[in-house]
Design a protein around this ligand. Structure first.
Ligand code: PLP
Length: 473
């Protein structure tokens, strides 16, 4: 039982909030009346709380205005800069979490880790206009709940657009999600149990490794290459082995981080292999719409004849990362996915979906995508050339046919994790190869994103990274 008088307990409560940064220097402190109301205390207790805090030098009374937080000495940063404890992320892929945390603590001036395009490349004004119009036309929108599966008009548009990549998705079988991240989570939860083994490409998207670990799934990594994606021979050996593989997850088009595009013959064979072994195939088509060519790439879903595939995709790279819209088409697992989505988070909010579907149904959407792809082609080319100019001799860089990502392979003896930490100290963020695998094979690789226009500042940052690498020798 707390033996301190009530006013001291309350004063300590607010002192903690000031120390942790929840209440900041210069902010208004709750009024006496509000404290009496919210904490059910008397007038004299509320006044004593303020006196106590004034006595400690953290509250200042301003005549006719109220009490304000005053912190003469700067308080320590709310996130202690201490190194992470080794067991801070037990249960989550530790390398990934530590890298993300270190990045959050740093002051980033040039971000090569972010796979999205620069905000000015997205049609933000158009989307804002569609939002305003949608709110005007649906005045009760914010007062009503959205359907679990998402807005039907948007699902219709997504199904119709899929036809151009020879993919049949029915609008009734699409569920709108909070990005591809939620889609992948739902797919895995629908078809696996904790302890099951899932095969992935190696290297692969670090967020996927986190999802798998957070669901207590075992991961089996299958080598992948920049020219063709997952190694089908290695996958076949794995599927024929003694350990049951419950699911295979691949990013067939513009793989993250390799940028690979699987040839159609590989796609067809992969679908067939998984069906033969009763292993569920999960397709992550996050980047498909960013391919350089006018002809859309075929999806794995196109080759699926036995309803053994779950398709996941996203608008977060192509249209508006701030809206967090993705989707899943789960075939025979549709009802289960819908139930999981309902129990996990309910339907995604409606306003973004209305605005996006209003834009996507106009011809402007295709024109916008074409412009975006052209811009990304130029940015990738300029970045790739600059990396080869500034990085140590012998550096190799992928040459993907679309998207925002370059995978850089350093010559022997260079360490990308060291480059990552040294880069953060000078405000430059990259992603070290180590986080794209649970194994040790990619310590000499790094991922550089080209979503931002190539400027002298970007070139200078690449030159700095090159110099940091040369200092490693
Ligand atoms: C291959 C891949 N899948 C899924 C995601 C997550 O996408 P979203 O932002 O739509 O959740 C990403 C994000 O970088 C990705 O690269």
């Amino acid at each position: 039982m707390n033996t301190l008088p009530l006013y001291r307990q309350l004063a300590n409560h607010y002192l903690d909030a000031i120390r942790s940064g929840t209440l900041k220097n210069g902010e208004r402190f709750p009024s006496i009346r509000l404290m009496m109301e919210k904490h059910a205390v008397s007038l004299s207790t509320a006044v004593q709380v303020c006196r106590e805090l004034e006595g400690q030098g953290v509250l200042e009374a301003r005549p006719r205005s109220g009490n304000y937080i005053r912190q003469p000495e700067p308080l320590p940063h709310p996130l202690p800069p201490a190194p992470l404890a080794a067991d801070a992320y037990v249960g989550i892929h530790q390398q990934v979490s530590s890298v993300l945390k270190a990045s959050q603590r740093a002051t980033i001036k040039v971000n090569f880790a972010n796979p999205y395009c620069a905000p000015q490349l997205y049609p933000l004004k158009t989307l804002q206009d569609h939002m305003v119009k949608a709110l005007r036309q649906n005045q009760q929108l914010l007062g009503t709940t959205a359907p679990t599966s998402g807005n039907l008009a948007l699902r219709n548009i997504l199904a119709r657009r899929a036809l151009t990549s020879k993919t049949h998705l029915s609008a009734e079988q699409i569920v709108i999600t909070n990005g591809a991240t939620e889609a992948l989570n739902l797919a895995l939860r629908a078809v696996t149990q904790p302890g099951d083994t899932v095969a992935v490409e190696s290297p692969t998207f670090h967020g996927l490794l986190q999802i798998l670990e957070s669901l207590n799934l075992r991961v089996c990594e299958v080598p992948a290459a920049a020219h063709c994606g997952i190694n089908l021979f290695a996958l076949e050996q794995l599927l024929r082995g003694s350990e049951p593989i419950r699911a295979v997850i691949v990013i067939p088009n513009l793989q993250n981080p390799l940028g690979s595009i699987m040839p159609d013959s590989h796609k067809a064979r992969l679908v067939q292999l998984c069906a033969e072994h009763a292993t569920v195939l999960i397709e992550d088509d996050t980047y498909g719409d960013l391919v350089d060519t006018e002809q859309p790439l075929s999806t794995l879903k196109h080759w699926d004849r036995s309803d053994n595939l779950i398709y996941c995709a996203s608008l977060n790279k192509t249209l508006a990362p701030g809206m967090r819209l993705g989707w899943i088409s789960a075939g025979r697992w549709h009802d289960r996915v819908e139930m999981l989505k309902h129990s996990q988070s309910r339907g995604c909010e409606a306003l973004s979906q209305l605005a996006v579907s209003a834009f996507m149904k106009t011809p402007s959407y295709e024109r916008y995508l074409r412009r975006l792809r052209n811009t990304l082609t130029q940015q990738r080319h300029a970045m790739r050339t600059a990396i080869l100019r500034h990085f140590p001799q012998g550096t190799r860089v992928t040459e993907p046919q679309g998207g925002t990502l370059l995978w850089v392979e350093l010559p022997p003896g260079y360490a990308s994790m060291r480059l990552f930490h040294e880069g953060l100290k000078v405000g430059i963020q990259i992603l070290p190869g180590d986080i794209f695998s649970n194994g040790p094979g990619f310590g000499h690789c790094l991922r550089i994103a080209c979503g931002a226009p190539f400027t002298p500042r970007i070139e200078e940052a690449l030159a700095t990274l090159g110099q940091l690498l040369k200092n490693q020798k």
